[in-house]
Design a protein around this ligand. Structure first.
Ligand code: NDP
Ligand code: 2IT
Length: 446
């Protein structure tokens, strides 16, 4: 049940943003947590902080025309939603996936506000992307698309304004083409305008690994808080992209056994533990499909068209996409001996699934907290760019680990403060919200 004031705010969000179901879901989850904050802070309601937070500061939608390798003209739609800049320049990734529409970009941008706030670093929230599908496209096609995308986006971004990065379908290759075009159009080597850059042109150590590593650090903290660790734990990961691969790498370093991972075609089961070198070869070097893994490793099996969440594990790291864990899947996971969930992806668990995890007493780390290591390390990249410095891998990883430790502790202490011990969802939403709300109050009616 929503707090009465919040219920009318939510109804307004539904009315003002018709059809944007993922955005509605993301707003609802935050509103569900912050009722008790309004009791303690009537000034937030008086200044209509929540109504303001739910309305993006600026939304940009643009045409992206480009030419494919056959000489055919293609048209996609580009988005950048600049959601909230109370804490710093808009910060958040770009997603290239055929499912992208305004509702997805807004859900991601909205989540990003609270996630970025939780890091404690000076970054606001934003997100962007396109319905462009990079799958099966040549490098030249991807380059032409990225150049066209940036030819519009460049006028809206800047190191003090809005700083994009990667997300699904946008990795090192795309960031290179995007930065190259920005530099060309503006005639400025403005490193801090985009993060996730290659190490040879202003990128930061550990940014590539940061989301996956950070997620595992967060789960490690949750396990420690319950007197246990990754050592010997059976782990299931969804996805096999940037987040999943480096989550698997860190779990293996901490002594866990990852038995399964997936892509949109199905999952591989490898009871001896995922061979990370082979996975990287197939997914990163060859940009191939996951069935190739089972073809090259005798004892592994590829299960086509099914959800990886049918594989039992003690730790689950959903790292593919939104709403991949339904209530039914969550119940099966709990029955299979689940202890902890760390969300590498954004909003991978449905509201029904979250309820199942919480009622079963699972250590459940929501994406806002568990995957914040990626954007936090982006903020470290901005910091290094601003001071024209570059840090070592070891130092950067240590910073990331400290940040994840702090986020974990803040979630727990905030949940305690509000009488919901162990509830990381409430802790993350309330702590993330408070910092943004206080900054908005301080900045006046903007
Ligand atoms: P990648 O594009 O590198 O990998 C995505 C992986 O998820 C692929 O294995 C892909 O399979 C699978 N996947 C994507 N969409 C779907 C879908 N609709 N159905 C089934 N499988 C799907 O993306 P990332 O690893 O960067 O991102 C994964 C998640 O993590 C996203 O939710 C993203 O928002 C989140 N995230 C990413 C951060 C980052 O730094 N990159 C930071 C914080 C969160 P296939 O190749 O078959 O499509
Ligand atoms: O969802 C996310 O936090 C990201 N895709 C990373 C954003 C960033 O700016 O590094």
């Amino acid at each position: 049940m929503l707090h009465e004031k919040l219920s009318s705010i939510y109804d307004n969000v539904l009315r003002r943003n018709p059809g944007e179901i993922e955005f509605h879901q993301a707003v609802r989850e935050v509103l569900d947590s912050i009722g008790p904050v309004l009791g303690k802070h009537p000034e937030y309601a008086e200044s209509k902080i929540i109504e303001r937070i739910c309305e993006p500061e600026r939304q940009i939608i643009f045409r992206v025309p480009w030419m494919d390798d056959q000489g055919q003209v293609q048209i996609n739609r580009g988005f950048r939603v600049e959601f909230n800049s109370a804490l710093g320049p808009y910060k958040g990734g770009l997603r290239f996936h055929p499912s992208v529409y305004l509702g997805i970009v807004k859900f991601l941008g909205f989540e990003q506000i609270f996630k970025n706030s939780l890091t404690g670093l000076p970054i606001g929230g934003g997100k962007g992307g396109s319905d462009f599908d990079p799958k099966g496209r040549s490098d030249r096609e991807v380059m032409r698309f990225c150049q066209s995308f940036m030819t519009e986006l460049y006028r809206h971004i800047g190191e003090y304004t809005d700083v994009p990065a990667g997300d699904t379908g946008v990795g090192g290759r795309e960031i290179g083409y995007l930065f190259g075009q920005y530099k060309r159009i503006t005639n400025r080597y403005e490193s801090g305008v985009i993060t996730g850059k290659g190490l040879v042109y202003g990128g930061a150590q550990v940014r590539t690994e940061a989301t996956g590593y950070g997620c595992v650090f967060f789960v490690d903290e949750m396990l420690k808080a319950r007197g246990t660790s990754f050592d010997g734990k059976r782990v299931v990961v969804s996805g096999s992209g940037n987040v999943a691969v480096y989550a698997i790498e860190k779990v293996e370093q901490l002594g866990g056994l990852v038995v399964a991972c997936s892509d949109s075609s199905g999952y591989v089961l490898d009871e001896k533990g995922i061979d990370l070198e082979l996975l990287k070869q197939i997914k990163q070097a060859e940009r191939g499909r996951l069935d190739a893994y089972a073809q090259r490793r005798d004892h592994a099996t590829f299960v086509s068209g099914r959800s990886v969440w049918e594989v039992p594990g003690e730790v689950a790291l959903p790292s593919a996409t939104q709403n991949e864990i339904t209530g039914e899947a969550a119940a099966a996971m709990v029955a299979g001996g689940l202890v902890a969930v760390g969300e590498g992806a954004n909003m991978p668990t449905t509201p029904e699934g979250i309820k199942v995890f919480q009622e079963a007493g699972i250590a459940y780390g929501p994406g806002k907290a568990a995957n914040a290591g990626g954007v936090a390390t982006s903020a470290l990249e901005m910091q290094q760019n601003a001071s024209r410095d570059s840090w070592t891998f070891e130092f950067s990883e240590q910073r990331l680990q400290e940040i994840m430790h702090d986020i974990h502790d803040r979630c727990l202490s905030t949940a305690d403060e509000y009488g919901m011990p162990g509830n990381y969802v409430a802790g993350a939403n309330i702590d993330g919200f408070r910092r943004v709300a206080d900054a908005m109050l301080a900045l006046g009616l903007i």
